[in-house]
Write a protein that binds this ligand. Structure first.
Ligand code: NG6
Ligand code: CA
Length: 488
């Protein structure tokens, strides 16, 4: 239907706006100006937040990446899939290709669908040959176009993959990947510290690429390796190109930024821009990318016809395995805002993240305290485009997303490294879990305790007062609800 508009035809735009999900990696609730950050400036994200609905109770489905991304695309809780854990670069695809996904659902409604950025949902069916067509992957779960990094910026293979093929690969220098052992004679972060421009703190001492030690071993593929400092520009240009090429048809773009996940490698234009070292600098860089993307939508005349949802896959972490001054140069900045915990944590900062819905002139600026999860995006978008597709856990919160209703979810299961908690109304229940109270390496409280924990968020946003002993009635109600939803 490209560009063909008959005079009497009903307007497509009314029900088929372009849809963009901008998804940051490890961006915390307090990392954004519109969410209270005064030290770190994010003017472009703020523009979306202040011009759209800024959710104060918006949740990622998990406190880590792969589970959150699984839930986002499928509308299914990650704890229902025991493979939805932080994946190595060699993991097979964890989305069943028979399963309905947001891009499949939109494609059936006439959308062109694209992903640019971080994937981290596995590729292939085991034993991927990185020198051939890599499948199944994003193309097989609904994306017409895919330009991705396979896993994370700190994991091999450190190459871009476009529609199943590693870009810039020299067939005479094939890629080999192994997560168990090194290849003979290849340098590693552990054995060759003299080759490093960024030092590892924990983990991250395997193959060295671009002076940065990674997780996993890689051999070959020299011409295909990414330059970390150019990654933001590389993804941005692809995302812009995607918009320009598909502006005449409804499109869905999943723009999965790599920032501020480790290794934090701002382009030199942004080095020093935040005064907080690389972690702050890459957030400034990500914010700039978002501004440029919006400019492209404006220039192409499609901003008014584009719904933008912006969020993050999990909460913040400072030291996630490299020495990069994130702790030392933090100053007064609070990445978690007033929330307790961070990435990996069952406490609020693990999953409560910036969550913004922006649609120029269609969504009125507002702050919403409604509870909304990223798993609800599936059913809400289905409603928006008149699709009848449903998914197991996704609730249609289109009116909430559009700022027309404050009636969000009543109950939500939160997940962190396979442990789960319940949010119900203003209350949080964290069941007892074995394991350390704190991950000392990353210096984050995980939420583990031998006792039940019960918090009343409206009075205790920082989760300091455990009411499990004093409010037995509420505790019982919460435990019942938790068991009912979890099916225990
Ligand atoms: C952890 C890594 C961490 C990060 C995380 C995944 C170590 C010691 N830590 O295992 O650096 O890569 O996995 O982050 O290796 S996520 O945002 O993709 O979930
Ligand atoms: Ca993440």
């Amino acid at each position: 239907m490209v560009g063909c508009s008959q005079p009497n035809e009903p307007k497509e735009e009314a029900t088929k706006p372009n849809i963009i999900i901008i998804y940051a990696d490890d961006l915390g609730y307090g990392d954004v100006g519109a969410y209270g950050s005064t030290e770190l400036k994010t003017p472009n994200i703020d523009k979306l937040a202040n011009g759209g609905v800024r959710f104060t109770n918006g949740y990622a489905s998990s406190a880590t990446c792969s589970p959150s991304r699984y839930a986002l695309l499928t509308g299914v809780y990650p704890w229902r899939n025991d493979r939805a854990k932080i994946l190595p670069g060699t993991a097979p695809l964890i989305i069943d290709t028979a399963r309905m996904t947001i891009p499949k659902m939109l494609r059936a409604e006439g959308y062109h669908t694209g992903i640019v950025g971080k994937w981290h949902l596995g590729l292939g069916s085991g034993n991927v040959n990185w020198n051939e067509h890599i499948a199944p992957g994003p193309n097989e779960v609904g994306f017409d176009y895919a330009y991705i990094m396979a896993a994370t910026q700190d994991r091999v293979p450190t190459v871009y993959i476009e529609d199943g093929f590693v870009t810039g690969l020299d067939p005479d220098d094939p890629i080999e990947i192994n997560y168990r052992e090194n290849f003979d004679g290849e340098p590693t972060g552990k054995e060759n510290p003299e080759m490093l421009k960024m030092k590892w703190h924990h983990g991250h001492n395997n193959s060295i690429v671009n002076g940065i030690p990674r997780i996993g071993f890689m051999k070959g593929g020299e011409s295909a390796k990414w330059v970390d400092e150019n990654m933001a520009d590389t993804f941005l240009v692809r995302a812009q190109k995607y918009i320009i090429e598909h502006k005449d048809e409804p499109f869905f773009l999943y723009y999965a930024l790599q920032q501020p996940h480790v290794p934090r490698t701002p382009h030199e234009r942004f080095v020093g821009s935040s005064g907080m070292g690389p972690r702050g600098d890459v957030i400034v860089e990500a914010d700039w990318c978002i501004g440029e993307l919006i400019k492209t939508l404006e220039e192409q005349g499609v901003l008014e016809n584009t719904l933008i949802v912006l969020s993050s896959d999990n909460g913040p972490v400072l030291n996630d395995g490299y020495y990069d001054d994130a702790v030392e140069k933090l100053g007064n900045h609070t990445p978690s805002g007033l929330l307790r915990g961070g990435k990996y944590s069952l406490f609020e900062a693990g999953t409560r993240v910036p969550f913004i819905a922006y649609w120029k002139d269609k969504i009125q600026p507002a702050t919403s305290d409604a509870i909304i999860s990223q798993i609800d995006i599936f059913a809400s978008l289905a409603k928006l485009v008149n699709s009848t597709e449903k998914s197991q856990d996704s609730q249609n919160l289109l009116d909430v997303l559009m700022g027309k209703s404050q009636q969000g979810r009543e109950e939500l299961i939160l997940e962190a490294t396979t442990r789960t908690a319940l949010r119900k109304g203003d209350w949080i229940l964290i069941p007892p879990y074995k394991g350390p109270a704190k991950n000392k390496m990353v210096n984050i409280e995980l939420g583990n305790s031998n006792e039940y924990q019960l918090y009343h968020l409206s009075e205790d946003i920082g989760q300091q007062n455990n009411l499990a002993d004093t409010n037995r009635e509420k505790l019982e109600e919460m435990v019942d609800t938790f068991k009912r939803i979890r099916g225990d």
